[in-house]
Design a protein around this ligand. Structure first.
Ligand code: IMP
Ligand code: MG
Length: 181
């Protein structure tokens, strides 16, 4: 990690403990239920890999990739599906896994799409929650940490596709995005 560019917010050991806790809670809550965990690409992939290994249930895994329709319509939160699920979610309990909930607009749209497909339930689990920036009425059912309005990277989160592989959740120093535009 380049510590001239980032400040560590949560280190790998803290993250491991937190994700263990989340997995334990989810294991209890979904015991005896048919659970499908859906990761939103790409940001969720590292958190999801850690999380599902802490869920002691027979889970099904799937992924979805979405992109917003472009800067001008971003506030509408309307997204286009780049990669849809491989399998049906009919009659299953869906747990959507996201890296971070910011405005909540992306998840509001994804939840609406998935609810039309006949699942038994749809819940959200994110590693980070940034409630101060919320525009949509979306509240994660499970989250690791609630954070201030800082731009964070690492553990799947990127800035211009960089830093996803950093093992800690880090605050990106403003000097970096000032420099890169
Ligand atoms: P929103 O909740 O629809 O505003 O968008 C959430 C998405 O924006 C996340 O899945 C991330 O890809 C991205 N995002 C929001 N805040 C951050 C951040 O602090 N760092 C990196 N990506 C972020
Ligand atoms: Mg994302």
């Amino acid at each position: 990690m380049n510590l001239q560019e980032v400040d560590v917010l949560y280190d790998p050991a803290e993250l491991r403990d937190k994700i263990k806790e989340l997995g334990k809670k989810i294991t209890e809550d979904y015991s005896g239920k048919q659970l499908i965990v859906i990761g939103i690409l790409k940001g969720a992939f590292i958190f999801m890999a850690d999380l599902v290994r802490e869920i002691d249930l027979p889970v099904e895994l799937d992924f979805m990739d979405v992109s917003s329709y472009g800067a001008s319509t971003m506030s509408s939160g309307e997204v286009k599906i780049i990669k849809d699920l491989d399998n049906s979610i009919q009659d299953k309990h869906v747990l959507i896994v996201e890296d971070i909930v910011d405005t909540g607009l992306t998840l509001k749209y994804i939840v609406a799409i998935l609810k039309k497909r006949g699942p038994r339930s749809v819940k959200i689990c994110c590693l980070l929650d940034k409630p101060s920036r919320r525009k949509a009425d979306i509240r994660p059912d499970y989250y690791g940490y609630s954070i201030e309005d800082n731009f964070v990277v690492g553990c799947g989160l990127d800035y211009n596709e960089k830093y996803r592989n950093y093992p800690a959740v880090c605050i990106l120093k403003p000097s970096v995005y000032r420099k890169q535009g």
